[in-house]
Design a protein around this ligand. Structure first.
Ligand SMILES: [Zn+2]
Length: 311
């Protein structure tokens, strides 16, 4: 009887400890870095974006594949989605790519969308608060950097004017160590403040990557005309994270949609299946995916680039 009593008390203690730990971790935001409304960019609309496809200023866009990497398919695609189930997808390890995009605006200068991967981050993860236990999860051993962010920045002649981040996950901000601390960093609305249990593991790292930089600049509208000339639009596409943002860039070769991690993979985009368990809100993520697919169906001249795979 006594033994049973002891087991019950132990079980209660374990449950309490787990509950306390869950409560603590669920409080973690993406970063403790401060954010402020962006002083640039004008609130716009889908209609204005569509009008810009025919008639607007253009900016040059370079797509840079910074690294080859891999991730479990369950993170990239919602394997519980009925379409994924019908296709009998299983949780294999999937080869993916990490991109950065260089924008050159004729008047306002040079920008990056997402940051690629810097050598400094991968070579010295401890400097950026990456705990030793997390390193295997980050799969550095499977990462092959093809163009490091140091090289990307060196190849741009003028100083960068800003970094537009699709979201604050590590594979999108790990190039920051190669970028001058004074360059403003722009994120989607609510990105810094969202709470999610997995952020307990990564918040310290994002904080370290942002340390010494100005306040994050948050887009304030669902559609933002970034330079107020119709050349580039930020499209709030929440779900993967609260502030996830896609970018529509009008280039001399035609409009390009940088979808970010609204869809990591071509399979997900082509089959209308949202990303998997790396997302904080899958139903919202699905809405954002369908919203972008509709935009491209209605305007087939838009070329699409996805978060981690070629379409
Ligand atoms: Zn990603």
């Amino acid at each position: 009887m006594k033994k049973r009593h002891y087991i019950l008390i132990s079980a209660a203690a374990i449950v309490t400890a787990v509950a306390l730990f869950a409560a603590w971790t669920s409080q973690a935001t993406a970063t403790r870095h401060q954010a402020t409304p962006s002083p640039v960019g004008a609130a716009s609309s889908r209609e204005a974006l569509v009008n810009s496809l025919q008639n607007s200023k253009t900016v040059s866009l370079s797509v840079i594949r910074s690294a080859n990497w891999s991730a479990p398919l369950s993170g990239l695609i919602n394997l519980d989605n009925p379409t994924a189930q019908r296709a009998a997808l299983t949780n294999t390890e999937e080869p993916i790519q990490i991109y950065t995009y260089h924008l050159q605006h004729p008047e306002f200068g040079d920008y990056l969308i997402d940051t690629g991967v810097s050598n400094e981050f991968v070579d010295n993860p401890g400097t950026f608060n990456v705990p030793a236990w997390l390193e295997p999860q980050l799969r550095f051993d499977r990462m092959e950097i093809t163009v490091n962010t140091e090289e990307v920045v060196n190849n741009i002649e003028a100083p960068l004017q800003g970094i537009f981040i699709t979201h604050l996950h590590l594979d999108h901000v790990s190039g920051l160590p190669a970028i001058d601390n004074n360059v403003p960093v722009y994120v989607g609305k609510g990105e810094a403040q969202e709470k999610y249990f997995l952020f307990a593991a990564t918040r310290g790292i994002v904080d370290a990557l942002l340390k010494g930089r100005p306040e994050l600049r948050e887009w304030q509208a669902s559609y933002v005309d970034v330079f107020n000339d119709g050349s580039v639009f930020a499209i709030h596409s929440p779900g993967h994270t609260a502030g996830s943002t896609a970018y529509l860039v009008n280039t001399p070769e035609g409009p390009v949609l940088l979808a970010g991690d609204v869809s990591h993979t071509a399979w997900g985009w082509n089959n209308q299946v949202e990303p998997g368990n790396f997302s904080t809100n899958q139903p919202r993520s699905r809405e954002s995916l369908l919203n972008l697919i509709k935009l491209v169906e209605d305007n087939p001249q838009i070329q699409v680039r996805l978060g981690h795979k070629e379409l």
